[in-house]
Design a protein around this ligand. Structure first.
Ligand code: DGL
Length: 289
């Protein structure tokens, strides 16, 4: 029987992680929850984020039968992983911070990396700690304007390009002041992969831009196969790690159910950009206050 993998994000940015997971687990059932009513998590306190994330995890496990959980939200991974594990103790839980740091380790030669993330993720210094554990020095930068711009659909807009340029200049200056020689930039927020072309246009050549989605999917294979005691997938790796727009044209065998706590129409409209295929009908769910 196909295993059920629950994927959770504060919104629909986590669909970029789901896209990578589908390539690794083509025969799994996926249940995705976007807590759109309470987005953004990135400007909230640890306590609030933990409460929201624990409720969301319980919904996926207790009401939707998820046997594995991927926290496809950097903010929830940074501030609420413990709370989620406590809420659903019988289920293996994977966050995206550690896979992002591992990908940075692979990409960086200088050992200095930069991280763009939400305010809450940066304040937690979860990336700095995970990078330190991999022998890397990380400088983190909060970019609070980027999530609303992506939510607005302004992923290829001159205003967004200008905002990214300003954030980059500030980060570059700070890195120089600290005597760093960064050669990798981690997109530490699930919305930012949609801005990848603009971000790559802003950063100087020689800096590799890292999206933790692929590396999170690889980590999910290790964790879930290990915990299941049997392989729960038929492919160990996608043929091409980032197939970009081609995915939209390939037949989808994987079963996906998407839930949102608000704005179902917006999720259906914008979600396909993140998933690179139609998200289908999104079901509304009420998780309370
Ligand atoms: N999903 C969040 C993250 O990856 C971004 C959106 C939010 O602030 O809730 O950090």
């Amino acid at each position: 029987m196909s295993p059920t993998i629950g994927v959770f994000d504060s919104g629909f940015g986590g669909l970029t992680v789901l896209r990578a997971l589908i390539e690794r687990f083509p025969h799994a059932r996926f249940v995705f929850l976007g807590d759109t009513a309470r987005l953004p998590y990135g400007s909230k306190s640890r306590r609030t984020i933990a409460r929201y994330a624990a409720q969301s995890a319980r919904f996926l496990v207790h009401e939707q039968g998820a046997e594995f959980l991927v926290i496809a939200c950097n903010t929830a991974s940074a501030l609420a992983l413990d709370a989620i594990e406590e809420a659903v103790p019988a289920v293996p839980v994977l966050g995206v911070i550690e896979p992002g740091a591992a990908a940075a380790r692979q990409a960086s030669r200088s050992g200095d990396v930069l991280v763009l993330a939400t305010e809450a993720t940066v304040q937690s210094h979860a990336y700095a700690a995970a990078c330190r554990a991999h022998g890397l020095r990380a400088l983190e930068k909060a970019c609070p304007l980027l999530v609303p711009l992506v939510e607005e659909g302004w992923t290829d807009h001159p205003v967004t390009a200008e905002v990214i340029r300003i954030y980059w200049e500030e980060l570059r200056a700070e890195a120089a002041a600290q005597g760093m020689n960064p050669d990798a930039l981690v997109l530490g927020c699930t919305h930012y992969p949609l801005l990848r072309p603009l971000i790559e246009g802003a950063v100087r050549p020689g800096i590799k831009v890292i999206d933790s989605a692929q590396s999170a999917a690889g980590a999910a294979v290790q964790l879930f196969n290990g915990r299941a005691g049997r392989p729960i997938l038929s492919e160990s790796a996608p043929a091409e790690p980032d197939r970009g727009g081609d995915a939209a044209n390939s037949p989808l065998q994987t079963e996906i159910r998407c839930f949102a706590t608000d704005s179902v129409e917006k999720f259906e409209r914008l979600g396909s950009r993140f998933l690179e295929r139609p998200v289908g009908t999104v079901e509304l769910v009420d998780l309370g206050e």
